[in-house]
Design a protein around this ligand. Structure first.
Ligand code: NAD
Length: 455
């Protein structure tokens, strides 16, 4: 079957109402959990082969993340599917108003390489929760995981509803010519524009999960040891290749020396003095990206790390102090283990810099000052935020995940994913009981004044 035939078959399948059935959705969701449980060692091996992912890291951020999302969705799905009552005004009484979520049809899911399992299955869980079918295109840059997904999905999920298409630019470009009912893309903003332009031809709605530079501000009231531990984990997780990784730090002059000392201590505590030999530290996805990262090293003073080995796809956890604001490292998403620290005068100077830049996917504040915490929440626009931590908002199943402005559009995770991949259809139901006559012509001053009163 060619791609168009697969899509047509999926759209016809949705039209049979099979996928609308809540028990079908729950069965498919639970099969995803079984797929992950039954194939844990193969999945961990594939993640290690593509990205050198340490077992514990892969388990937390990929396998258990997927199972946790299934549990959350299965627990709440019946409630989300129920009609949502809305108050009916007098002019349409007697009547009942409600919102009925309905499936969209077939969704194209285009995955990225950095969390190659999670970024396919978490969107798929949302797509299934809303009663849709999907064509899944994993990232070709994580080939072991892509192959395994292509082998496992047909064994576990309903083949009439889900198909995996492996491939790179050519295959994705071909898929993008088709009239899907929704496209869910995760990756860089350049390709995001290509996806959106292709979707526009069919007026297909899109969810774009993009990236950007997620800033950190640390003030003098922060607990520096805990701040450094949380930052070190979040920055060097997956060797810095996390879309919501803290990209750079802004802090005041007096904080730089103690912060650098604590971050160095954390690097050694987590990955030893030779991270290349550490079983807890991953590698860069390929030689091209390792080489790309090496070009950021001459942007400022390297106070820790800086070693790399392109052939081995290794890049040392690295700290750079005070790179120029117009340098490459401060103007591109780093997406690797380099942590720039920039000196600012105070909180408002940091805020000015952050607000001048594109709205990021995440923004992180470390401070005990309650008023400052509230100001951060009220005035910094970003996809998500953590106060006094990084990344962990993503471990809360009820919190929507998604960007704003250049960091993306649309949300998933839990109910936000259910809503994102549903059409929220408005329904008004009325009995055959006579209406208030004020609605109908012939119009009159009396009817108009009555209408004004009952509004
Ligand atoms: P990638 O190279 O895996 O590309 C993503 C997908 O786009 C792949 O499936 C690929 O086949 C496809 N693709 C690539 N070029 C294409 C083209 N010309 N036409 C059509 N399809 C094409 O991943 P990437 O873009 O290197 O991912 C890194 C970026 O993704 C970073 O900016 C990161 O922040 C962002 N990201 C965002 C999230 C999120 O959830 N918001 C998650 C992970 C990564």
């Amino acid at each position: 079957m060619d791609h168009q035939q697969i899509l047509t078959q999926q759209q016809e399948y949705v039209a049979t109402n099979t996928t609308r059935n809540i028990s079908w959705r729950i069965e498919q969701l639970l099969r995803i959990k079984t797929l992950v449980q039954n194939n844990e060692s193969e999945l961990l091996a594939a993640l290690h082969s593509d990205l050198g992912k340490p077992e514990q890291e892969a388990w937390i951020t990929e396998l258990s993340f997927i199972s946790g999302e299934v549990d959350h969705v299965v627990k709440h799905l019946k409630k989300w599917c129920k009609p949502r009552k809305v108050k009916t005004p007098i002019i349409v009484q007697p009547g009942k108003s409600f919102i009925q979520a309905e499936p969209l049809g077939s969704v194209l899911i285009i995955g990225a390489w950095n969390y190659p399992l999670q970024l396919v299955f978490a969107p798929l869980i949302a797509v299934i929760s809303a009663g849709n079918c999907a064509i899944i295109k994993p990232s070709e840059l994580a080939p072991a995981v892509s192959n395994l997904i292509a082998t496992l999905i047909p064994k576990y999920l309903d083949n009439k509803a889900f198909t995996v298409v492996e491939g790179a630019v050519q295959e994705t470009t071909e898929l993008l010519t088709l009239a899907f009912d929704h496209i869910m893309y995760t990756g860089n903003a350049g390709v995001g524009r290509i996806v959106m332009a292709a979707a526009a031809k069919h007026l297909t709605p899109v969810t774009l999960e993009l990236g950007g530079k997620s800033p950190v501000f640390i003030d003098g009231s922060a607990n520096i040891a805990l701040t450094a531990q949380r930052l070190a984990w979040g920055k060097w997780l997956n060797a810095g290749q996390t879309c919501i990784a803290p990209d750079y730090i802004l802090t005041t002059k007096d904080m730089i020396a103690p912060l650098v000392a604590e971050l160095k201590a954390q690097i050694i505590a987590m990955f030893s003095t030779d991270p290349q030999q550490s079983a807890s530290y991953g590698c860069i996805v390929n030689e091209r990206h390792t080489e790309r990262l090496s070009q950021y090293l001459d942007c400022g003073e390297i106070v820790h790390g800086g070693a790399f080995d392109i052939a081995a796809k290794y890049f040392e956890p690295t700290i750079i102090v005070n790179p120029e604001l117009d340098s490459k490292v401060m103007n591109e998403e780093i997406f690797g283990p380099i942590f720039p620290i920039i000196c600012v005068d105070d909180y408002s100077a940091a805020k000015q810099l952050i607000c001048k830049a594109d709205k990021p996917l995440a923004a992180y504040l470390f401070s005990s000052d309650k008023a400052q915490q509230q100001d951060w929440i009220d005035t910094i626009s970003s996809g998500s935020q953590c106060i006094n931590d990084v990344i962990m908002f993503n471990a809360v199943p009820g919190l929507p995940f998604g960007g704003v402005g250049p960091s993306g559009m649309g949300h998933y995770s839990g109910k936000s994913g259910f809503d994102n991949f549903s059409h929220l259809k408005s329904v008004l139901k009325r009995p055959f009981i006579k209406d208030l006559p004020v609605r109908f012509a012939p119009y009159s001053k009396l009817k108009l004044s009555l209408l004004r009163k009952i509004r």
